[in-house]
Structures are given as structure tokens and as C-alpha cells.
Design a protein. Structure first.
Ligand SMILES: C[S@@+](CC[C@H](N)C(=O)[O-])C[C@H]1O[C@@H](n2cnc3c(N)ncnc32)[C@H](O)[C@@H]1O
Length: 286
């Protein structure tokens, strides 16, 4: 059997080959942290088949159509940018079908995908996964104990997002680091009891001030959430892809835990933020 160090070296060489197949010049590349400024479909079509261990995708919720929400107790517009504008139910679903299909091709057999969303998008994404023959493993409720109040007082206060976790195929073996989930350091989550199985409801606050010190992305995810996802479903040296990387919270969690990372985003300003966050990190474990 190959020793762990040799195995890691081999996987790093493999990563170089994978990146060589992408004809786009990376927008940022340091160590095993690579960012592309492009439509994710363009990058996905150039990546080799069966090359990625895990994908985390936080696709646009397609909500920026002139509405309002509450932030820090104030009414603010939900308009996040052109990338978040809905094109109607049918076209939005076609978009989810297309990118999930492209993700299916690049995932290794047994590789998994996570998609995050709210009720506005997550059911469409889940159905798109099923149409593309993914096998759904779990849905996770990410409960936000510090969610903003509902000012209209006409609805329940939205305080969670849903994550769907799925494997490439019905058959096959996926990675699940059961022991680390059960006995890892998850003390910040008041729902997780020590030495008990990790359940499917996770209590994790919205991003900490420290995580926004270089500026923030309008839909930035907390590092704690992505660390749990990366640790649960990958091993050291694995290659993680985020096709809608934004401020690259996925990449930060991947790097901190010794995983390789490819992120893609349409907007340079979010990749600049990603690069600042990466440069600020203390050396990862690799
Ligand atoms: C919901 S945000 C992701 C936020 C990210 N999880 C974080 O923690 O910062 C979605 C991102 O996808 C990008 N985006 C939208 N459509 C895209 C596309 N077709 N290809 C690549 N990026 C896209 C947007 O610019 C936006 O930054």
C-alpha cells in the first residue's frame, strides 16, 4: 500500500495535470488555491471528467428583483447584482440543470456535491440533481441562531438555509468522516452534544466580523459551515471545486484543512476579496 506522504505527493502532481487542461489563465493562483474569473460553465467544460473529489456550490438564489430585506435592523434592497436576477421559473431551472450536469461530469465516481440555498432556489436545485442522476444523501438544515428579524410581522422569521448533499451516482462509495463528525471540536454549535452522532441540523452563526475584515460578499457563508462540510466529505489532499466561489469561503476552509481548491466567479471584485482572504491565512496544514 502507498504511504500517506507518497499518496499526497501523487495527488499534488495530479492536480497540476488537471489545471493544465483549463485553457483560461487563472486570475489568482498560489500553492493549491486557484481562482478563475469566468462563467463556471466555461471552466467546468474544460476540466477533465472524473477529476474532482467534492463540489460545494452556493448558486445565485435569483432573488434580486427589487424587493427588500432587513439587515442590522434596517430595510435594505435585496438587489445584489446582475448575477442574482431571475429570468423566470423555467429559465432559472434550466440554468440549475445545466450547471449541475456539468458538475456531474467532472466529479469522480463516489465524489459528492453540496448545494446551499433557501426555499427560493433549493427545491429547483434538488430536482436538477435528481434529473442529472445524482443520488441524494442528506439535506442539512443550517440554523442561524442570530438571523435577522422579520419586519413585516406577516411571516415566520427566516432563520435557516438548506444544504443538499448528493453523490455522483446511486451506486458507489462516498467519503464520510463519521468519527470526526462525532468527536471533532464542534463546541460552537449548541445542538451538537459531545460524543454523539452529528445530526442533520447545525446551529452556526452568520459570518463573524473577523471574516469580513477585507469587505464582505452579500451572501458570504460562515467559515465554520464550510469547515464542517469539507471535513465531513473529503480527505487531506483532495481537490475541492466551488463554481460560484464569491469570497471563497469554501477555499479558505479547504486550505485550512489541507485540501486543494479551485474557485470560479464572474465578478473580479469577489475574487480580489478571495485573494485578500487567502493571503491573510496562516499557512495551512500541507
Ligand atoms: C451566492 S454567491 C456565493 C457566495 C460564497 N459562497 C461566499 O461565501 O462568498 C454566488 C456567486 O456566484 C457568482 N456567479 C453567478 N453566476 C455565475 C456563473 N455563471 N459563473 C460563475 N460565477 C457566477 C456571483 O458573482 C456570486 O459571487
Amino acid at each position: 500500500m502507498r504511504k500517506p506522504k507518497e499518496k499526497l505527493k501523487k495527488s499534488m502532481e495530479g492536480n497540476k495535470k488537471i489545471l493544465e487542461s483549463v485553457k483560461y489563465k487563472p486570475y489568482f493562483s498560489k500553492g493549491n488555491f486557484v481562482l478563475y474569473n469566468a462563467d463556471c460553465l466555461k471552466i467546468l467544460e474544460q476540466l477533465p471528467e472524473n477529476s474532482i473529489d467534492m463540489i460545494f456550490a452556493d448558486p445565485p438564489y435569483l432573488l434580486s428583483n427589487g424587493g427588500f430585506t432587513v439587515h442590522a435592523g434596517k430595510m435594505v434592497s435585496v438587489n445584489k447584482g446582475q448575477w442574482d436576477v431571475s429570468n423566470g421559473l423555467k429559465k432559472d431551472f434550466e440554468f440549475h440543470l445545466e450547471w449541475t450536469k456539468a458538475c456531474h461530469r467532472v466529479l469522480k465516481p463516489g465524489g459528492t456535491i453540496w448545494i446551499s440555498g433557501t426555499y427560493h432556489s433549493i427545491y429547483q436545485c434538488g430536482f436538477a440533481l435528481q434529473v442529472n442522476k445524482f443520488h441524494i444523501l442528506n439535506d442539512i438544515t443550517w440554523f442561524k441562531p442570530n438571523a435577522s428579524p422579520n419586519l413585516s410581522c406577516r411571516f415566520f422569521t427566516a432563520s435557516h438555509e438548506t444544504l443538499v448533499w448528493a453523490r455522483k451516482d446511486k451506486k458507489g462509495k462516498h467519503k464520510f468522516n463519521y468519527e470526526e463528525m462525532k468527536n471533532g471540536a464542534w463546541a460552537n454549535d449548541f445542538l451538537k452534544k459531545p460524543n454523539k452522532q452529528m445530526r442533520s441540523v447545525w446551529a452556526i452563526g452568520t459570518p463573524k466580523t473577523e471574516e469580513k475584515k477585507f469587505g464582505k460578499h452579500p451572501t458570504q457563508k460562515p467559515v465554520d459551515l464550510l469547515v464542517r462540510i469539507v471535513v465531513a466529505s473529503t480527505d487531506k489532499g483532495d481537490l475541492v471545486l466551488d463554481p460560484f466561489t464569491g469570497s471563497s469561503t469554501t477555499g479558505i476552509a479547504a486550505h485550512l484543512n489541507g485540501r486543494k481548491f479551485i474557485g470560479v466567479d464572474l465578478e473580479k471584485k469577489y475574487l480580489d476579496l478571495s485573494a485578500k482572504r487567502y493571503n491573510d491565512l496562516k499557512e495551512g496544514l500541507l
